[in-house]
Design a protein around this ligand. Structure first.
Ligand code: GTP
Ligand code: MG
Length: 565
């Protein structure tokens, strides 16, 4: 993952209006007071706050970010580029709204002009590189490189310092503060989010050559509020704009229709569109490397790395249900200030213990884990989150939404959602989350966000998490029994550690838990069973992912087996 080492320099120009998102997480937690050194967090029912401030819907937020991205450029710079001179140069082309530097593979600057004219003027002034022994693909994009004809390319200026992950999480004492710090340290920054939208916009310029009405939009954790620095960039090539004209078809009389090519199914169209875009990105896309077509997956996609941003990208097409899931997760995250920190902590915990993995396999995914947290919060007394059916009931007729035959209706209007006050603290919730899944009857019950009392499992997979909208699908079909068992054991041990007063750092250190697990497991399970479980997980992984990375993991797993015996 390119983005693991991503570091923002956040060196802002002095005249740039800065929105300091980092410092504001504590304010996001509603009802915060500071008494002396101690911070006390009061979780008011967020709907009260929302009513006052009027939160943005994901649609509005997306539109705002998209507009920012469209008037931005991405510039590769020398690491010691003199900011003020750079800004002075840029201001010859237009007003600069925002400019920040970051390091990925080299140093880059994101420059946002106050309008499109600034971008146009800068692009018109840009030259094609002149190379003597190579040829260039003459594609003029908004991904530029800063050059200087003078011999002095840079000014004497110390290299900007890298932003490191704050270690405060290990120094704080109170669990709740630690959870908040962890969230603050790892959640997507404003700059990172801007860059994600900018990458979508840059890629869209390429796709638009074939489909002028299309747009590339981010979905998943980049925009649902649960994104962690380093998470992949999931994008959808939304071709719907191209068929919008159909709504205007008259009932009688003459009309024009596009003469189009026809294929056997929508899936076939998606596959051929993605195939062309993949070829285009591979051959001409500046900064796009390692382009893979994964067109036979349930949801066909193109995977590649966008080197200038450092993002691992997944591009799909017509995956409208996933867009709707993103909106639902965003809504849940906005409804109560405890949701995001709790999801974050559970996701970090899961990653630290190998419950989740960036390599595909028999593991629980972050998406599944997020649904598990939301499901748990729906079952508090009083509930912290409403069920999806309740959100459906609250929807206005105008919010009715059916996508690919699935009812995806729910209200996005915070004003209509009210819940009884629940005053549980994050410590309590984290402990209870582990308790809840320590004793959850996985062999009979399913996890679904729909409604209470509909949790009976319709099929035999070890873990059944109902897809929120495509309700006949189990999003955790890949999870095998040994992975589920591992998850449950870790929940038991983590619940026990929290009850005995351990701090978050203990919970996040794999060594602490594995010691406990080692003792427990040896007592409860014969060695042959443990090896059988491991082999089962290896077999599944091998079948699903016979890649170099898969082989490495197999090797590692054997090391674990050998070191235990
Ligand atoms: P991270 O990338 O791990 O941070 O989380 P993510 O939520 O972005 O997950 P992922 O990149 O795996 O998937 C992106 C989006 O695709 C999710 O947010 C879901 O909306 C959707 N998605 C992921 N997995 C599934 C699945 O198994 N079934 C369905 N129907 N949708 C999924
Ligand atoms: Mg993702």
């Amino acid at each position: 993952r390119f983005m693991e080492g991503f570091s923002f320099l956040t060196k802002m120009a002095s005249f740039t209006p800065l929105s300091n998102q980092r410092s504001s997480l504590m304010n996001i937690m509603s009802g915060q007071c500071v008494f002396g050194q101690k911070k006390h967090l009061f979780f008011l029912p967020l709907s009260e706050k929302k009513k006052k401030n009027g939160p943005k819907s994901l649609r509005d937020l997306r539109a705002e970010r998209q507009a920012q991205a469209e008037r931005s450029v991405l510039v590769s710079c020398h690491p010691k580029t003199h900011e003020n001179k750079f800004l002075k140069y840029l201001s010859r082309h237009g007003n600069v709204n925002k400019c920040f530097f970051y390091e990925s593979f080299g140093t880059y600057a994101v420059v946002e002009f106050s309008n499109q004219d600034g971008v146009q003027s800068l692009l018109e002034s840009a030259a094609m590189p002149s190379v003597s022994h190579e040829s260039v693909v003459p594609l003029r994009s908004r991904l530029l490189s800063l050059r200087n004809v003078n011999t002095v390319d840079t000014d004497k200026q110390s290299a900007p310092s890298r932003r490191t992950c704050p270690l405060t999480v290990f120094l704080l004492t109170q669990l709740e503060q630690q959870i908040v710090s962890l969230t603050e340290a790892h959640s997507l920054t404003d700059e990172n989010t801007r860059l994600r939208f900018l990458v979508c916009s840059l890629l869209n310029d390429i796709a638009a050559a074939y489909f002028p009405q299309s747009s590339i939009k981010p979905f998943g954790s980049s925009v649902n509020g649960f994104g962690k620095l380093g998470c992949d960039l999931d994008m959808i090539l939304d071709l719907d704009g191209t068929s919008e004209g159909n709504a205007n078809m008259p009932r009688s009389g003459m009309y024009m229709e596009y003469l189009v090519k026809r294929t056997s199914s929508e899936r076939a169209v998606t596959q051929s569109v993605l195939s062309v875009i993949a070829g285009c990105l591979d051959q001409f896309g500046p900064g796009c490397v390692g382009v893979q077509k994964i067109l036979n997956a349930r949801c066909p996609l193109v995977r590649f790395a966008h080197q200038p941003s450092g993002f691992q990208c997944d591009l799909t097409a017509s995956n409208r249900v996933a867009m709707r899931s993103t909106e639902l997760l965003y809504l849940f995250g906005e409804l109560d200030a405890r949701v995001r920190p709790l999801v974050f902590t559970v996701r970090c915990w899961a990653r630290a213990h190998g419950v989740t993995s960036p390599i595909p396999g028999a593991w629980i995914t972050n998406f599944s884990l997020t649904i598990m947290v939301l499901f748990f919060l729906q079952r508090r007394n009083p509930p912290i989150l409403p069920t999806l059916d309740r959100l459906k009931e609250l929807a206005e007729p105008s919010e009715k939404c059916v996508l690919d035959g699935n009812d995806c209706t729910f209200t996005s209007d915070f004003h209509r959602i009210s819940l009884e006050t629940n005053t549980e603290t994050l410590d309590q919730l984290l402990g209870d989350f582990f308790e809840f899944y320590s004793t959850f009857i996985f062999n009979r019950m399913s996890i679904n966000l729909g409604r209470y009392g509909k949790e009976h499992k319709p099929e035999l997979h070890p873990l059944y998490i109902q897809n929120p909208f495509e309700t006949s699908l189990n999003i955790s079909k890949n999870v095998n029994s040994s992975q589920l068992e591992r998850f449950v054991t870790l929940c038991q041990e983590s619940a026990w550690l929290l009850q005995s007063g351990s701090h978050l750092n203990t919970l996040l250190l794999p060594s602490h838990i594995s010691v406990v697990r080692g003792r427990k497991k040896r007592k409860s399970q014969p060695a042959s069973e443990r090896i059988k479980g491991l082999l089962e997980s290896l077999r599944i992984k091998n079948n699903s992912n016979n890649t170099e990375a898969g082989v490495t993991v197999v090797g590692l797993c054997w090391c674990v087996v050998l070191s235990q015996y």
